[in-house]
Every structure is written in C-alpha cells, then in structure tokens.
Write a protein that binds this ligand. Structure first.
Ligand code: FAD
Length: 472
C-alpha cells in the first residue's frame, strides 16, 4: 500500500471510527465488485484482481462528505457502492481505491401517508423500503427483479426499471427529490414539490450518473396506494412482430396494464414449457388498480388482442411468472461448465423494433458455440418498447469465454444502434457499454457529458473507468 493510501485509512479511522473502515482481505474481495459476469469470471479463474485499499461504511451524510473530501484531497479513487447488484461493472474497485459502502445509510426517514411520499436513506434495501410502505397501506410501485438485492440509491444511480413500470413508471418517474454529496464535498437537495419549473432539473444530473458525479445520500419517492384489485391474463400471438403491434395498439389506445411482457418462442419453451403452444409467442399481463378500472382494462385489452388475431392463453402462465419472477439462476454454474451467459436490454420505437429483434437474433445465431439467443419485452411505452436479450455461448476453449462474450454484446449493440434504438434500457453503462456510448450520444453529446464531469469532478477521482469511455 502507498504512503498516501495508509494515511487515508488512518485518517478515515480517526474521523469515522475504526469500526467504519475495513481492510481485511476477505472483506475487500467480497466488496470489490458488482454482479458483472466478467468480474465473476475473474474470481472463478482466481485471476490476480486489483483490490481497494479499504471499504468504508459511513452511517450518515456528514461521514459521506468526510470520505469524499479526503479522497479528493489525497487523489484517491472513490467507488460508491449500493448493494452491488449492478450487472455492468459499475462497481469494480481499482487498486488502492476507497470502496464507499452505502449500505450503512439504511434509515427509512419518513412515510407521508397524506401526500404519498416516502423518504429514504440511499442505502435502504429495496425490499425493506417496499415492506415499510406496505405496512402503511402503500407501495413504491417499483419492482426490479433485484428488489431484494439492490438499494434505493442504486436504482437512481443506474436509472432502474421495475416489472410493473408500464403503469407506475420507471425510477425517473417516481423520484420526487434527491439529496447528494458532490465531488467538492458540498451537499445538494433538489426541490421536492410535485413539479417545478425552476430551470434544468438537477435530479437528472444524478439519475444514471453511476457514482461518477456525486454520492446520492437520500431519495424521496412518490408512493401509490396498494391496489384494490388485480387480474392476470395471458394470450398467444403469432410471432414477435404481431405481438409488438398488439402492444402498440394497447398503449396507444390509452390502456396501461401494470405488467405487459412478451416472450419469443424460445423463451416460451425455456421458461413456460407447460404453456407452450406450437411456435406461438406469449403475452403476459397484470392489470391492477381500482376495481372498476381493472375490470374495464382487462376486457378492453382482451378485445384488442383477439381482434388482432391473438388467442386466449391460460392466465396460470402469468400466475407462474408472478410466483417465479425474482428467482434467477446464478452465472456460476454456467461459467464452471465453460458457458458464458448474460442479458442485454435495449429499446427502440415501434417502427423499428421488429427489425432490431430479427437483426440481433440473427447476429447471435451466427456466433460459434451459441446455445441460446432469445428475447422478451418487459416495458412498453406509447412510442416503443424494450427488448431483453439473453444469450448463452459455449466456445471451444474456456480461454475464449471473454471473446464470445464481447461478440454476443456487439451483436445486440450493433442491431440496436442500426435500428434507432438505445444501447441501454435500464442496466446502465458501467464498463461493459462504455465503448458504445459515443455512438448513441454522438460527439456533441459525449463532449457535453465529459464537460459536466470535468466541471464537477476536475481530477476525476469519482468512480473512474465508469460511464465515459476512458481506459482503466
Ligand atoms: C438478479 C438481478 C436482477 C436484476 N433486475 C433488474 C431489474 O429488474 N431492473 C433494473 O433496473 N435492474 C436490475 N438489475 C440490475 C441492478 O439490480 C440495478 O442496476 C440496481 O439499480 C443496482 O442497485 P445497487 O444498489 O445494487 O447498486 P450497485 O450495483 O452497488 O451500483 C450500481 C452503480 O450505481 C452507483 N451507485 C450505487 N449507489 C450509489 C449512490 N448512493 N450514489 C452514487 N452512486 C451510486 C455505483 O457506483 C455503480 O456505478 C438486476 C440485477 C440482478 C443481479
């Protein structure tokens, strides 16, 4: 460890208390990364990986500011981390860095049942936040599959999306106000009203900032009353394009089923074997809200699907999804067997989404050793929808796993960019998408983002290597 590194640790212990600073190798190893499959591969291969010099776990905003100031003054890279469920390498501590573990900021600050606002420390676990508001008859309306693995602050930092987003919106629609410590150590709190017209919206500076522009310490979310009624439905559609047309019709007519998902035939076989019908695709829906609206929406949507040539499928398929929706197999067993798997979420307008789907599936199918290249959609809007691709590749040699991985990513990134899509619907950029961001933002957009970063963090100590295309 460098002299500066040792001094920073000593100073952190003096200011935050020895019990807030960890230097055991086991703790450093456990905290050094998120759930990015390439970092997991490094661990499995017992690669020589860089480690942070310490993990620091502040308990309040003042302590966060102390850590930020010390790191800036000593030019020590600082890596903010929520619960490290990110899947893009947003948390991957460089050698000698300080890993800022925000899970100690875990207070539910207040629940306002009158105005429907929940105020949380940024490190609160998503499922704890939901349980706290449920106890007051309310819900966040935000259900990422990782709700029990991720923090409220992490949701904001990555622009997360929940499974019920079609009705409730994504995290940017739910955040009322943010509190953050900026790289210069100052704190900001954005305005908290239901809406404001006070210049550019500073929430959007932090939404999706992935630890590069500041540390989010508090999050106010708007809440919903728990739904009075819920109904499940499922339908078969001829193929993906037919399903996209049906979803467009549903959304553009003005209906918003809370859950609206569409699986291609490969995923129907893999995930819904008992409900498979020929090579048809499956549409799943959950309607929820006031009873009258649920009944009206269910009936109206069914008429739209049938008019478009769809068929009613057992609603038990949707119940099966509801029961299993947060169970995910780990990457480990695949990697141990020489297979690399990952998921890639993109989005495009309705006019291009069919070509994006066909292009990405064809490009994945052409990769040597591909076992599976498939997709479903899970978030629909009036103008378009997302696609969530899954791939599994077994290259001839284990040493080619990384190459196979990058080829698979390139297949989907290129198909999305070619069809006017975004490279990231909700997992963020991290390290895996860095090299693609310029293609989406364009030279002007990228330069603007780099100027904002430089203005707030001129020395670049906040989460270096993430979001912007620099080298580690
Ligand atoms: C099984 C599984 C399912 C998932 N399902 C979904 C899903 O349905 N929807 C979805 O959107 N995502 C999903 N994800 C991805 C992940 O859970 C989200 O990106 C989540 O928002 C990350 O939160 P976290 O607390 O784990 O953040 P981390 O992984 O710890 O950090 C993510 C990024 O945000 C930064 N960061 C975290 N907290 C702060 C903070 N307080 N201030 C500043 N920067 C911060 C980090 O530096 C990093 O760049 C899933 C992941 C897994 C493993």
């Amino acid at each position: 460890m460098t002299i500066v590194g040792a001094m920073v640790i000593e100073e952190l212990r003096a200011r935050l208390g020895a019990d807030a600073v960890y230097t055991d190798e086991a703790v450093l190893r456990a905290h050094r990364r998120d759930a990015w499959v390439l970092s997991e591969l490094d661990d499995l291969e017992r690669a020589l990986v860089p480690l942070p010099s310490c993990v620091v776990k502040p308990r309040n905003v003042e302590q966060v500011a102390t850590v930020v100031n010390l790191c800036r003054q000593s030019q020590t890279p600082l890596v903010p981390a929520g619960l490290r469920s990110g899947v893009c390498g947003g948390v991957l501590a460089p050698e000698g860095s300080v890993l800022l573990d925000l899970s100690g900021l875990s207070r539910v600050r207040a629940i306002d049942t009158h105005d429907l606002v929940g105020r949380f420390d940024a490190g609160v676990r998503g499922s704890d936040a939901e349980a706290a508001v449920n106890a007051r008859g309310l819900s966040l309306g935000h259900f990422p599959q990782s709700i029990a693995l991720s923090s409220v602050g992490g949701w904001v930092a990555t622009r997360a999306a929940g499974q019920f987003s079609t009705a409730y919106g994504n995290i940017e629609d739910l955040v009322l106000s943010l509190e953050a410590v900026l790289p210069d150590g100052t704190s900001i709190v954005t305005s908290a009203g239901p809406r404001a017209s006070t210049g550019p919206d500073l929430r959007h500076l932090l939404l999706g900032s992935e630890g590069t522009l500041g540390v989010i310490t508090g999050v106010d979310l708007q809440l919903s009353r728990l739904p009075e009624a819920r109904a499940s439905a499922a339908y078969y559609v001829r193929d993906m394009r037919a399903g996209f047309d049906v979803q467009r019709e549903i959304l553009q007519t003005g209906w918003k089923p809370a859950v609206l998902r569409q699986y291609d035939a490969r995923e129907v076989t893999r995930l819904f074997g008992g409900y498979r019908k020929d090579e048809l695709c499956l549409l799943l829906m959950v309607h929820e809200g006031p009873r009258e609206r649920v009944e009206a929406e269910r009936g109206a949507v069914e008429r739209l699907v049938l008019a478009a040539g769809g068929l009613v499928a057992p609603a038990a398929a949707t119940e099966h999804w509801l029961a299993e929706r947060n169970h995910v197999p780990t990457f480990t067993s695949f990697l141990e067997n020489g297979v690399i798997v990952d998921t890639i979420e993109v989005a495009a307008p309705y006019g291009r989404i069919g070509d994006l789907y066909d292009g990405a599936i064809a490009a994945l199918a052409a990769i040597e050793g591909i076992w599976n290249g498939s997709a479903h959609s899970s978030h629909a809007y009036r103008t378009g929808l997302n696609l969530y691709f899954s791939f599994a590749v077994q290259p001839k040699q284990r040493s080619e796993l990384r190459q196979a991985y990058h080829r698979s990513w390139a297949a989907v990134m290129e198909a999305s960019l070619k069809n006017g899509g975004t490279i990231a619907h909700h997992h963020g950029i991290g390290r895996v998408r860095r090299e693609w961001i310029a293609r989406e933002l364009g030279p002007g957009g990228l330069a603007t983002l780099a100027r904002i970063k430089h203005a707030l963090d001129p020395s670049g100590f906040m989460n270096p290597g993430v979001l912007l295309p620099t080298t580690d």
